[in-house]
Write a protein that binds this ligand. Structure first.
Ligand code: HEC
Length: 145
């Protein structure tokens, strides 16, 4: 009789363990999931472009930084957080630092536009000279880490 009861209890314990296992599994997965999803979204949003990085002249980057602080850029951009426009650090993560991309991005700052990062629109900056726009972009790309 005694052994019968023992088997009964053992079976019940086993049953409980079997029922709890999937619950632990699901709980564990749920905890890991949002972090993974966030990272994937971040990479899909940044879409890094492979390419050669030239060295950045410190003088040009410094000039760009002060030009940006006197312009309207910070009404839509933050250094490391997405705002109306992409974070400057995200822009730096996408583009290689070289003549081609600096020229292309400087033109974009002057002309304005959308769709590279979403549907928000960057206002045109027609009064900006190409040289100043290039300095600004050089500063932005210098935030690459
Ligand atoms: C009215 C808001 C606004 C202002 C002001 C603004 N930007 Fe932007 N900027 C945006 C938006 C929105 C985008 C994303 C455009 C896109 O998705 O194509 C952007 C994108 C950019 C990009 C990346 C372009 C690309 O094609 O990847 C650079 C570089 C940039 N801005 C620099 C500047 C600089 C420098 C200034 C100041 C002279 C400035 N922005 C002012 C809203 C703004």
């Amino acid at each position: 009789m005694k052994s019968c009861a023992a088997i009964f209890i053992k079976n019940k314990l086993l049953l409980i363990v079997w029922l709890l296992l999937p619950a632990f599994y699901v709980l564990g997965c749920n905890r890991a999931e949002p972090e993974r999803k966030k990272n994937r979204e971040k990479i899909d949003y940044i879409k890094p472009i492979p390419g050669k990085n030239d060295s950045i002249p410190a003088k040009v980057a410094e000039k760009g930084e002060s030009l940006i602080s006197y312009a309207d850029c910070y009404t839509c951009h933050k250094e490391d957080q997405r705002s109306v426009g992409p974070a400057f650090k995200d822009i730096a993560k996408r583009y290689p630092v070289n003549k081609v991309y600096i020229e292309m991005l400087a033109q974009k700052v002057i002309v304005g536009g959308s769709r590279s990062w979403g549907y928000a629109v960057m206002d045109p900056h027609p009064k900006l000279s190409l040289d100043d726009a290039k300095s600004m972009v050089t500063y932005i790309l210098s935030l690459k880490k």
